[in-house]
Each structure stands twice: as C-alpha cells, then as structure tokens.
Design a protein around this ligand. Structure first.
Ligand code: PLP
Length: 498
C-alpha cells in the first residue's frame, strides 16, 4: 500500500515513510489510497479477543510494510497493563439503556492522546529503521498542555529516540506544568519559554527548518521528526478503539453483530472523529457520527452549512483541548468525500489560508449530512451537564466528555434517533478537576490548591483519582527555568543533540 497526499502532489510513500515524514512535501496530509474492509465474521472473531489482539489484527491492514512480528512488539510495548491499568485498555461503560461511554483515558497521562502516543514512538522507531537508514529520531513538540505530556510519556526511554518539549511559561495549568517538569526518563527534555503557544510553535518550526541544527543532527546519525496530530501514525491507533468498542457491545450482548450504532466525539482538530469515520468506511456498522464542539463551534457551522469560516472570535473555554479554529484533519475527510480530488482540496486549503474561509458546495454538504450530525455546548451547558449526569446516573464526566454527552442528548431529542450510542470520553474528570468540582458545587473549591482539589473531588463523588495525578505532588522537578525564544535552538543543540 502506498500512501498519497490530500493535495494530489508529492511522492507515493510506504506507511513507514508517512510516519517518519509526518506531512507530504506538497503540504498535504498522507492518506491510504483505499480503505481496507473488515467483515461481520472479522467482528465476530475480534469480539472474543482482548484489546491488544484486536489492535494486532487491525493495524496491519494499514501498515502493510510492517512485519507481523514488528507490529506485535509495538502493540505489546504500548498497551501494557502497567500503562493502562488493565487488559481492557479502552473500556466501555454503560451510562443508561442504549448509551455507552468509551473511556479513552486509562493511560499514563489520563487523556485520550495516550491511546495514540503510547504506540506512535514504537511505530516511529521501526519506521526509522525501514525508511530513514536507522537514524535516531529527535522529536520536537510545542504544546499548550496535554499533547506535550502524552508525548513525553510515550517516548520516555524508547530506544533510538529523544524528545524535547517546549511550553509557554504562562500558558499551562499548574497541574500540566508539574506533569511536564517532573517527567522521568533518560531521553527527555522539557523547557518553559517566554512567550505564548504560537511563539513556542513558531520556534519549533524554525528549528525543524534550520540548516545548522539539521547538520548537527545528521553528524550524529539523528533526524528531526514530529508527533503532532496530523501524523498518520497518530490516527491509525485511534481506528482500533472504535472497532474494539463495537466488539465489546457485541460480546456483552448489548447489540447484535450487524446492528448499527451512533458514535459521538468531542472534537477539536477533527482527528478523533476522523478515526471513527475510517472505522465506518472499513465496514463497522455505524449510522451517524456526531461531532460535538464547545463554544468554538466552527465545525458545527461547517457541517450544517458546508461553509468553513475561521474568521470569528476565539473563546477560552472549560474544555481547552477543543479550543481550536483550524481543524487540520478535516482536510482528510474532504479528500475522501470529494473522490480523492487533490486539486479541489488544494484550492479549498488555499482559500482557507488566503481568506480564512472556503465553501464545499451543496452536493458535498449533503453528502456530509448523510454521515455526520453536529452540535455545540457552551461552558454553562457543560457545567449543568456534569451535575445532571452525576446526580441522575452516578457517572462523573470531564468537561470535554460533558460537551459530547450534552450534544448527544440534544441530537436524540431533535431527531428521535434511538440507535444505540457510543460516546467517546477523552479525559479523566480529575485532569480538569477545578472545572468539574465547580460544576458539582460552586463553593467546594474555594481556597484549595490543585492537589487539595483532587482530594475534594474524590471525597465529594466517591470516584477514585488516578494515582499518577496524586503522585505528582511528591515528584522532583527536573526541568526548571525559562528560556528566551531566541535561545530555543541552542537549547536543543546543547541539551538534546549533544
Ligand atoms: C485533544 C483532545 C480533544 C480533541 O481531539 P481531536 O482529535 O483534536 O478532535 C478532546 N478532548 C481532549 C481531552 C483532548 O485532549
């Protein structure tokens, strides 16, 4: 299988090459030239297996240049019991009759990004052997919080890789800062910078393109790579858990094999919901994919009008990982839906960067509407939903998951569609403890620090806090200090390249 670019140019490359390169040379994103299929018999068989075995069946359909043995080793290293707490890896829990929650946050950083970032480093190390002369990989990440920590945990002590993460000194929560600055591992480096997230991002981009830095790396048999969410190596692990959730529902007889489900996803960059679309196109019986946004509802508008327009106010919300106005992975969906017409996608993306908007036209809008539905929920709605679901069902949602549950209830009311639903839950409620506590009891968090809030939420709800968040309190800060923007490159050369 040779991957192609969504913009119609660039070389056709193996999956190992897509993973080491990240993005195509024409600026497009890599996609497989066709979508592999799974049958009802495959699903029946997978229903009897554990998560790792399901991954070992699905991943080779896309990573056709990996040997079975290579994939098995990657999967075993990524989804160990030590990292995910149990064999379940991505458990499905019942919220009410016909509504299930797919918990994607059992990994080391308590957010769904672990599902991909625990596997990607292993895929990347194998890919570099195949596609980059065995060079060592140096990952550079600019982060506004969650991705940096998940990448650090994923890459920590993975042989032949190093990772450097930059975060804005004033732009992350106290908990997120501690998660990163106490990071353990012999191949990790973390640095706060004077500037905001965009400054960090621009700094990293200029190091990627810097001649001196690249030469220094090459002399030491290393190369830069990226772990951001447009890398195919982050998308493909996410397809697995939607198929796995369906298999779990079949296995516990909540549905019959062949019954359709709806899938609801709290969406930012459109990566997680795109993986659900791939699962549907592979043959998973899915009726509607429901795209849930917070007050930054550019996708809700796009799905209902066919017009994508980023020229609008940006809101900081209580579900910060969905505060996004450019959903990069939407480009892949457009390419698939317009019949792999790279020239067409190129012109929409040009319009987006020139004018801030594009319009896909009536025909494509209707096609999108047969597959997707969409809705949004603001901070007030998020708070109310967390309280309502906890009080009526005893289930504690984080703020991102709450957006999805709220959008689902509104969808079901509007359409009367009672198809069994799976709602993706993307973070532990303790990861966004302050907002969750506030939703349950407006006065509960008064005068408490971050760690006292974890205890207070535990006490108030009886839900146990993931130990890795509590343990942060006793960890040593390994990466202190703040660096000037202009010093980022020298910092990388000195501290990472050596
Ligand atoms: C990243 C993230 C999202 C958004 O996922 P996309 O793939 O960007 O759509 C939602 N919830 C949480 C907790 C996240 O960290």
């Amino acid at each position: 299988m040779f991957y192609i670019s969504t913009r119609g140019g660039g070389a056709r490359v193996t999956s190992a090459q897509t993973i080491t390169r990240g993005i195509s040379e024409d600026g497009g994103l890599f996609v497989p030239p066709e979508i592999p299929r799974i049958s009802a018999d495959d699903i029946k068989m997978l229903s009897t297996l554990d998560y790792k075995s399901r991954a070992k069946f699905i991943l080779p359909l896309y990573l056709t240049d990996f040997s079975g043995d290579e994939i098995n080793k990657c999967v075993d290293s990524a989804y160990s019991c030590e990292s995910f707490g149990s064999e379940k890896t991505a458990p499905v829990v019942r919220l009410e009759e016909g509504v299930s929650i797919l918990e994607l946050w059992k990994g080391p950083t308590c957010a769904f990004k672990d599902m991909a970032l625990q596997l990607l480093p292993h895929l990347l190390a194998v890919s570099a052997k195949k596609a980059a002369d065995g060079k060592k990989i140096v990952i550079l990440v600019a982060t506004s919080g969650d991705t940096g920590k998940a990448a650090l945990e994923g890459f920590r002590d993975v042989p032949d890789t190093k990772i450097a993460v930059f975060f804005p000194n004033d732009g992350v929560s106290p908990m997120q800062r501690l998660q990163m600055t106490t990071q353990e591992g012999g191949n990790v480096f973390v640095q706060a910078i004077k500037g905001n997230f965009d400054d960090a991002q621009n700094g990293v981009k200029s190091i990627f393109a810097d001649k001196e830095a690249n030469e220094r790396l090459a002399q030491r048999g290393m190369m830069f790579s990226s772990a951001n969410s447009i890398n195919w190596g982050r998308l493909v692990p996410q397809i697995v858990y939607y198929i796995s959730a369906y298999c779990d529902l079949v296995a516990d007889k909540s549905i019959k094999n062949g019954d359709k489900i709806n899938i609801v996803v709290p969406t930012g960059n459109f990566g997680n919901i795109l993986a659900a679309y791939y699962a549907r196109e592979m043959g998973l019986p899915v009726n509607k994919l429901i795209c849930a946004s917070n007050k930054n509802n550019v996708l809700t508008d796009f799905i209902s009008t066919g017009r994508y327009d980023r020229r609008r106010d940006f809101f900081v919300t209580s579900s910060p990982s969905m505060d996004i106005l450019i959903s990069s992975n939407l480009e892949r969906l457009l390419f698939l839906l317009c019949g792999y017409d790279g020239a067409q996608v190129r012109s929409w993306m040009k319009s987006l960067s020139d004018t801030g908007a594009y319009d896909v036209g009536e025909h494509l809008k209707e096609k999108i509407g047969t597959i997707f539905d969409a809705g949004c929920c603001d901070d007030e709605g998020t708070k109310a939903l967390i309280k309502k679901v906890f009080e009526s069902r005893g289930y504690l949602c984080d703020t991102h998951t709450a957006v999805a549950v709220d959008v689902y209830y509104k969808y079901r009311e509007r359409t009367g569609d009672k198809t069994p639903a799976v709602i993706a839950s993307t973070a532990s409620p303790f990861k966004f403890c302050s907002s969750v506590l506030d939703a349950l009891d407006a006065r509960a968090k008064e005068k408490l620090d971050e760690f006292q809030m974890l205890d207070a939420l535990e006490k108030l709800t009886g839900v146990p806090c993931p130990p890795q968040l509590k343990e942060l309190k006793n960890k040593t800060v390994r990466f202190g200090g703040v660096c000037e923007l202009g010093d980022m490159k020298q910092t990388v050369i000195k501290s990472v390249v050596g």
